[in-house]
Structure formats: structure tokens, C-alpha cells
Design a protein around this ligand. Structure first.
Ligand code: FPP
Ligand code: MG
Length: 325
């Protein structure tokens, strides 16, 4: 199976139209806005969020001509959040290219993010549907809260699994869930249907971030398009490390915490901790957990009769686990 969601051939027609629509936002008179936007948005994105919105609309029998245009809302918000995230993380690489903050500086990257959020909201308003708008603004609020919660727990080696799950649910799963819920809302689907799609997206989103955090310990920069081991370098204690720490003696845990929080760990120290995580069973445990979230997601689709679109959503969910980047 291809490792990149955007190369799943059965979705090629959707991706082509989504990518055409994404181009249309750059009607800014300011050349730098266009330049940064093209760099950040066009090229290597997975397009998971617009695709899952389009499939959710199809599942709810929505036939509006604006479906692809509306789908871009979720990619614009996602890209804006990555522009901001890269500033927060002081990141150098994103999607196999220098990140926008590296090329144009933090100020321009933050402002480009603001531009994309504004464009996303302008497109959402055109739908003329208040619950649709409300769902989107709820998602951006929760994403920001999740990101601030994560910031507040930088270098927190005592962070619990529960708190970590709350962070990833807000910062990542919420937007994917919202893309699915909005497909139901724009289709005027019954509330039970909307709720099932909301839960489907939430489970898919959690699985997605679990794998994202895992790949940071198991992959390579060549495959991932961003450096590995970067979560810990950014002071983020994610599930692979949380699980590994539970298996260490208290003194060893304290020694590592002191080294990574209070001293300057070397590249060898980072390599050692990556090896430790790989060797303590956390990888298999998290893969199994992510698989369970995907199974829960698929169960949420039981309410829908069998169809080609339902099958597509099942394939897409499973791909979240199998992806290599
Ligand atoms: C990447 O996670 C970041 C996110 C999923 C969310 C970022 C959210 C914000 C900055 C706040 C909301 C902003 C807007 C514009 C609504 P990661 O750091 O775990 O992944 P990475 O390894 O790819 O950087
Ligand atoms: Mg980041």
C-alpha cells in the first residue's frame, strides 16, 4: 500500500478537484501572501481533511455544487494551524521543504496563517448555514485551547495519558471530526447521523495523532518529510515516552528527566531514548491502541447502509494506521 494518503489512487479524482479549488484562494493583491501560501499549501499535503468532508457529504447524499469549495475550509484551517505550529516549535522542515517560518520569518508565517483562517471563514459564510459556521469556529477554538494546554505542559515528564489524550483530541482530532460533522450538517442530516459522523471523525483523528506521535520515534526524516525525535526536542512528552517511562525504575526516570529538562542532551542522548522507546514495547502497544480507535470509527458507520462511499471511508480510516508519513 502506498504510504501517502494523497497517493491513494481511488481518490485521485477527488484530490484533483480539491487541489484546483485550493489554488483559487490566492486572489490576494499582495505577492508575498501568494508566495507563502503556495509554499505552505500546495504540493505535498495529505488532503485528508477535505477528502473526509467530501466523503461525508456523499454519505449523507449532499448534491450541492459547492462541496469541493467547502472542503477547502478544512485544508486552509489545517495549513494555518501548521504555519502557527511551526513558529511555536521553531521548526525548520515541513512537508519535505523548509518551513515558511524558516524562509520568511515568524511574523510572515503567523500572518499567512491569519490570512488562511480568514479565507476559510469567508468560504464557510458563503454556505449561509449558521450551525455549519458554529461547528467550524468551535473547532478552531478547541484547537487553540489544545495547543495552549500542550504549551503549558512543555517538559512535563509527569504528564498523564489522560491529559495527553485531551491535548491530541483538541489539537488534531477535533478538526477531522468537524470536517465529518460539517458534511452531515450541510446535508441537513438527522442529528443521529451527524453524531455518528462526529464520533467517526473523532476516533479517526485520535488514531491519526497516535500514529503521528509514534512515527516521530520510529520513522526517518527521508520518509516523514520532517525530522524524527523532534517531539522530545520540543519538550513534548507524547504517548510513546509516557508508556516507556511507566516501565522504568523511578531513579532512571528521574535521571532522564533531569538530563532532558535541566541539561543539554546530546544527539547520542536523543538516539538512546529513541532506542529505549523502541525497545520497551510502546510501539506495538500504541499501534494496537490506534487500531482500536479505527475499529471504533468504523463501527460508528454502522448506521449507514453499505455503499461505495462507506467503503471508501473504511479504507481511508485503515490507511491512517498503515501510513508511513
Ligand atoms: C501539529 O501537531 C499541530 C496541530 C495539529 C495543531 C496546531 C494548532 C494551533 C497552532 C492552534 C490553532 C490555530 C489555528 C490557525 C486554528 P504536532 O506539532 O504534533 O505535529 P508536527 O510534528 O507535524 O509539528
Ligand atoms: Mg509541531
Amino acid at each position: 500500500m502506498d504510504s501517502d494518503i494523497s497517493n491513494l489512487t481511488q481518490f485521485k479524482d477527488h484530490f484533483d478537484i480539491i487541489n484546483d479549488e485550493l489554488y483559487k484562494v490566492f486572489d490576494s493583491q499582495v505577492p508575498l501572501v501568494q508566495e507563502i501560501g503556495r509554499h505552505a499549501l500546495l504540493g505535498h499535503g495529505k488532503r485528508l481533511r477535505p477528502l473526509i468532508f467530501v466523503l461525508s457529504c456523499q454519505l449523507c447524499n449532499y448534491h450541492g455544487e459547492d462541496v469541493y469549495q467547502l472542503s477547502t475550509i478544512f485544508e486552509y484551517i489545517h495549513t494555518a494551524s501548521l504555519l502557527h505550529d511551526d513558529v511555536l516549535d521553531n521548526a525548520e522542515i515541513r512537508r519535505n521543504k523548509p518551513s515558511a517560518n524558516q524562509v520568511w520569518g515568524n511574523h510572515a508565517a503567523v500572518l499567512e496563517g491569519d490570512f488562511l483562517v480568514s479565507k476559510a471563514l469567508a468560504i464557510a459564510i458563503r454556505a449561509g448555514n449558521i450551525p455549519f459556521m458554529a461547528k467550524i469556529t468551535e473547532a478552531t477554538t478547541l484547537m487553540t485551547e489544545g495547543q495552549i494546554l500542550e504549551l503549558a505542559h512543555t517538559d512535563d515528564w509527569g504528564i498523564s495519558r489522560e491529559l495527553h489524550m485531551e491535548i491530541i483530541t483538541s489539537k488534531t482530532a477535533m478538526l477531522i471530526s468537524t470536517a465529518c460533522a460539517c458534511g452531515a450538517i450541510i446535508s441537513d442530516a438527522e442529528s443521529e447521523i451527524a453524531e455518528s459522523l462526529t464520533q467517526f471523525g473523532l476516533n479517526v483523528g485520535i488514531a491519526f495523532q497516535l500514529i503521528d506521535d509514534l512515527l516521530d520515534y520510529t520513522s526517518s526524516q527521508e520518509v516523514l518529510g520532517k525530522p524524527v525525535g523532534k517531539d522530545l526536542r520540543e519538550g513534548k512528552v507524547t504517548l510513546p515516552l509516557i508508556y516507556t517511562l511507566t516501565q522504568l525504575e523511578t531513579t532512571e526516570k528521574k535521571r532522564l528527566e533531569d538530563l532532558f529538562v535541566n541539561h543539554q542532551p546530546t544527539d547520542d542522548d536523543f538516539r538512546d531514548i529513541i532506542d529505549l522507546v523502541r525497545g520497551k514495547g510502546a510501539v506495538d502497544r500504541i499501534r494496537e491502541e490506534a487500531q482500536l480507535y479505527v475499529e471504533d470509527a468504523i463501527n460508528c458507520l454502522d448506521i449507514f447502509p453499505d455503499s461505495a462511499t462507506k467503503k471508501d471511508l473504511i479504507i481511508l480510516s485503515q490507511h491512517i494506521i498503515d501510513r508511513k508519513k
